[in-house]
Design a protein around this ligand. Structure first.
Ligand SMILES: Nc1ncnc2[nH]cnc12
Ligand SMILES: [Zn+2]
Length: 322
């Protein structure tokens, strides 16, 4: 168990953090039939494409500012109970538009949830606006412009999620230029469902300080050396990778190999209940199955705080709490 360890998370999609029990409550509230979506208390999907469909169906059960406030507060409160002092949630204004409340109300709700959790528990939270790869370039640039204009103190970063096997990183170069010019921290999903080329493109074109996943860089030793040399931080999510079949199990996951090669690595839960995990379970697995000592896990937590998209005063305060 790692309950005694402080924790920090850089990578959790907020709709992907909704427990099935909360999704069921939402479905009842809106009279939505969830057969085929939730069975025996678990989300139903079999591969990445189905996972994305399932994710979008769950997201559609959150329809008001208050629904989003409850979701963020619930998740962050649970994280705090496991010793977590910092969390970046990945948020998607496109979902706010899809459900009809609009991006502003969507972010307002999430921000209220973050503030409520902080007031109750002290956990610090930030929002990373994501563009969604399979929605294409125009939608991405629209969302990037929105992120650049939306000068909210809790919105501090920019990401690209969705189907990595669609489009090329170059198609999102302008969206990232907009986000970079706006001063947002940059990270990008790469090296999860696609291989080393995708990670190399992400580094060349986006020049991010972090990569979401990045674990398939292990397929190319030169690329691993480059990630280590450039100090790019990997937001690894082992449980997610295993659930999605990227690796066959924890014994086959490259977290340790990447760390031993000098890459800066962190532990994250991605979409915890979809992948039957949680941040504390990722820490437990790192300790009990992957064999990392407490000091090595603490180093990953410190790396997360060092790489967090926060102002320097907040970073210093968080580091002092470790
Ligand atoms: N693991 C993941 N990869 C890409 N896009 C996602 N959106 C939600 N979870 C995701
Ligand atoms: Zn992710």
């Amino acid at each position: 168990m790692t309950l005694h360890l402080k924790k920090a998370e850089l990578h959790c999609h907020i709709e992907g953090a909704a427990p099935p029990s909360l999704a069921l409550t939402q479905a009842e509230k809106y009279g939505v039939d969830v057969s085929g979506l939730i069975e025996d208390g678990s989300y139903v999907w079999t591969d990445f494409s189905e996972f994305i469909v399932c994710y979008d169906r769950v997201a559609s059960l959150f329809r008001t500012e208050e629904d989003y406030a409850v979701l963020a507060e619930t998740y962050l409160t649970e994280l705090s109970a496991a010793g977590t002092i910092y969390s970046e949630i990945i948020v998607s204004p496109d979902h706010g538009n899809t459900i009809g409340i609009g991006a502003d109300a969507y972010l307002r709700g999430l921000a209220a949830g973050i503030a409520a959790a902080r007031a109750k528990t002290g956990i610090e939270g930030r929002m990373i606006i994501t563009i969604i790869r399979h929605l294409g370039r125009e939608a991405a640039e629209r969302t990037a412009l929105y992120a650049a204009r939306r000068d909210h103190p809790l919105v501090t970063g920019f990401n690209l999620a969705g189907e990595e096997r669609m489009y090329r990183v170059a198609d999102f170069a302008r969206a990232y230029d907009i986000a970079r010019d706006a001063g947002l921290g940059l990270t990008i999903h790469a090296g999860e469902m696609a291989g080393a080329d995708s990670v190399r493109d992400a580094l060349d074109i986006v020049r991010p300080s972090r990569i979401s996943h990045g674990v398939r860089a292990i397929e190319d030793a030169d690329l691993v050396r480059r990630i280590a040399a450039e100090g790019v931080v990997l937001e690894t999510c082992p449980g997610s990778n295993i659930a999605l079949g990227v690796f066959t199990g924890f014994h086959a996951h490259p977290l340790r190999a990447l760390r031993d090669a000098g890459c800066r690595v962190t532990l994250n839960a991605d979409d915890p209940p979809f992948f039957h995990t949680s941040l504390s379970q990722e820490y437990d697995m790192a300790s009990e199955v992957m064999g990392f000592a407490d000091a090595e896990i603490n180093a990953m937590t410190r790396t997360a705080i060092e790489a967090a998209f926060v102002d320097e005063d907040t970073r210093a305060t968080l580091l002092s709490r470790l």
